[in-house]
Design a protein around this ligand. Structure first.
Ligand code: SAH
Length: 410
């Protein structure tokens, strides 16, 4: 009897049996299994830690369970785990070490990027002395896990403030009680941060500075995934520049160091107000236009406007696979107009952050657009997200950002 009790305590977690398709996904090192690939799961509480078994009952590892998401299973270990909060703390420390080794010339970067750091449902960013976090899954929302996250970030980062940013839509989808975005710890929720300080085209520069309000803005504040692309774009930028979908001026401010004039366009007035504050902070003059970039590019192209440098960084057009055709059409239209407007020797920096649009799709769209405007382009750089947004080889979803730098060569 005692023996039996000991073994059931050892396997206190509930177990989930997967179809052969589900098991094959895990064996291919993808951490997600969809609900449709679960063949047995009895009374599993939301956010539970579960043992994963294949059809024959063979143990495949440990996962976090969601009772509401279509992605019911997110693997956390290929073995057993004794203590989830301790494992989360250990993985956060490993994620910090990874950045310490790879990230340079910035006081701001993503510290934890969910699956790419083996912490599904947790995103943490550092903006100088302010740390922001987002919790996206039931399991990460558990009080003991939250406590471990907070403690580890306090100890390892020693920030002046830790802010939780809440996406109400995601909490709703995960059937988690609503929460406001708020300061979790410390005193500071806004700050000034800096990036691309030392090396920009070999020149020593002070870097570009930005305001960050941890409680405002889209995503987690700034688009840190573009950090290395800003520096790359600045390397080729010259003459008159247009930054379409400029948000708070990430590209525009970097271009301003190299260009005779810069215009930034965005449909969000709030984003442009912050962009103007950022321009002042860097003692730059940039023209900001509030409007629809599609309409503006159409008008400018029709009026034969010319630029030497154009950046296109639209929001994700393809949120699902079904939107793909329409999204490709959208990318083509934008890029075609920009390609038309470039002066000889001009630079096009063009981005897509839709995961469903592959690197190959994006290149094909660009080739199509170039054919339609009868111009030749050299691809000088094929880039992705900055190194603090790691890409996992077997998880295509982590390879979402594409950034091409092209030079008109006709
Ligand atoms: N390049 C920016 C990030 C762009 S995110 C950076 O590096 O920080 C996409 C931006 O497109 C958002 O700021 C959003 O407000 C804006 N946007 C969305 N639809 C738009 C439209 N039709 N016209 C202009 N801007 C738009």
């Amino acid at each position: 009897m005692p023996k039996k009790r000991a073994s059931s305590a050892e396997h206190a977690e509930p177990s989930v049996k997967l179809s052969s398709r589900g098991a094959a996904r895990l064996q291919a090192r993808h951490p997600w299994v969809y609900r449709s690939d679960i063949i047995e799961a009895n009374d599993i509480p939301p956010g539970a830690i579960v043992r994963i078994l294949d059809q024959r009952g063979k143990f495949l590892g440990t996962a976090l369970y969601s009772s509401s998401s279509q992605i019911a299973i997110r693997m956390i270990s290929h073995g057993s785990i004794a203590d989830l909060p301790a494992l989360v703390a250990e993985r956060i420390r490993a994620a910090i070490t990874y950045r310490t080794e790879l990230v340079e010339n910035t006081d701001s970067y993503r510290i934890v990027f969910s699956e790419a750091d083996f912490l599904p449902g947790l995103i943490v960013d550092r903006y100088n002395d302010v740390v922001t976090l987002q919790i996206l899954t039931q399991a990460m929302d558990a009080a003991s896990v939250r406590e471990a996250i907070l403690q580890t970030l306090k100890e390892e980062m020693q920030p002046a403030g830790i802010v939780e940013r809440v996406d109400p839509r995601i909490r709703d989808l995960e059937q988690l009680p609503p929460l406001p975005s708020r300061l979790l710890w410390g005193e500071k929720s806004s700050t000034v941060f800096k990036m691309n300080g030392e090396k920009m085209n070999g020149d020593e520069t002070a870097g570009i500075r930005f305001h960050c309000d941890g409680l405002e803005g889209q995503k987690t504040g700034a688009f840190l995934d573009q950090r290395e692309n800003y520096a790359a774009a600045a390397q080729y930028a010259h003459g008159e520049a247009l930054d379409a979908f400029c948000y708070q001026g990430g590209f525009a401010l970097h271009l301003a160091a190299k260009c005779s004039s810069v215009t930034g366009v965005d449909s969000s007035r709030l984003a442009l107000e912050m962009a103007e504050k950022n321009a002042t902070l860097n003692a730059r003059e940039i023209e900001w236009i509030e409007g629809n970039a599609f309409d503006l590019l159409r008008e400018y192209a029709a009026a034969n406007r010319r630029y030497d440098t154009i950046v296109l960084d639209p929001p994700a057009f393809a949120k699902t696979k079904r939107d793909l055709e329409k999204a490709l059409g959208g990318y083509k239209e934008l890029n075609l107009r920009a390609m038309k407007m470039l002066r000889p020797g001009g630079i096009l920096v063009t981005c897509s952050c839709s995961f469903h649009v592959s690197g190959a799709d994006f290149l094909e769209v660009m080739a199509d657009a170039a054919r339609d405007v009868h111009r030749s382009f050299r691809v000088v750089e094929k880039r992705g997200a900055a190194k603090d947004h790691p890409m996992l080889l077997n998880v295509p979803e982590t390879n979402y950002l594409k950034c091409l730098i092209l030079i008109v060569s006709d």
